[in-house]
Write a protein that binds this ligand. Sequence first.
Ligand SMILES: [Zn+2]
Length: 317
Amino acid sequence: MKSTIYHLHYDAEKFAIVILINEKAVPFLSGITPNNNVIKMLMKYFNFYPPNLFDFDQVNLSFTEKFGFNDASINSGIKDGFLEFVIPIPAQTLVKNEPCRECNGSGKNYLGERKCFSCNGTKLNRISNTLSVRSTVATLYLLLRYLDFTFSNFSEKNEKNKIKIPQDILLSISMESGQCKGGVAGGFSSEIDEKSKKLFQDLKIKEPYNFSEKAIGGPLVYLEKVHNDMVSFYGHMYGRPVSESESRCEFNASIKEDGRIYLQTIGVNGCSVYHERSGFGNMLDGLTLTCHNIDYYLQELTLLVGVISYYQMVSEI
Ligand SMILES: [Zn+2]
């Protein structure tokens, strides 16, 4: 694995996002303590607990232990020079072994002619898992923000720190949920852009998916693995599998000849992440990622998984 400041992986079996931090960069994360004002604010605002498990100074670098808001991530210790945090993304609803409150366990709607909307005909009660999802999003948000600062410390532009470490991806997400309040932003290095162009040439499936060609312009190549990772992740987090027609019509993962990607998930009016033309907002020297119409954590994290799955694929070239 290339010695960058950090890498992001997606573990499709565990539905987990993995953050691998270069051990040389770990000391720069010591600002993440329970006394940090951002952490205090998030704890208060979102009612998180317990405070003592978010302290980078206390992170044990060799043993598996919980880390983050409400134990959202697992610190797996240092492996091959990288400190590994595994962040399993929880489902947004949990199925309880009791009758569905909406249909009283009949599995049908009140007219009896369709499946109950709440339990999808399973007859079992479903309860919201919002606190768990939100604490996971907050943990990801905070780690990614601090890794941005860490990148600044090691970048070519920082003259104070003599150790320079390259970086190929920077990502940030929104902590909020609601109409257009979600978001995934960031960018890649020019090295990843070059690899993306090569990937376009190497991939065999030239058939574009639905309307994305019009949306982004020009020929597109379908990214099957990224598409499949997003679809299975969405099903896991939503609590029921994505249907074949939803997968075909609502999801998209494509790459353009110049290395730009276009990812789309379920949502009104094109909920997506894609490369924009300007470099504004990207601290790296490659293409900039921006997003459109992300409302909910489900959409935000599905698109984040898509970006990470793509990064993992392209960085292995
Ligand atoms: Zn029901």
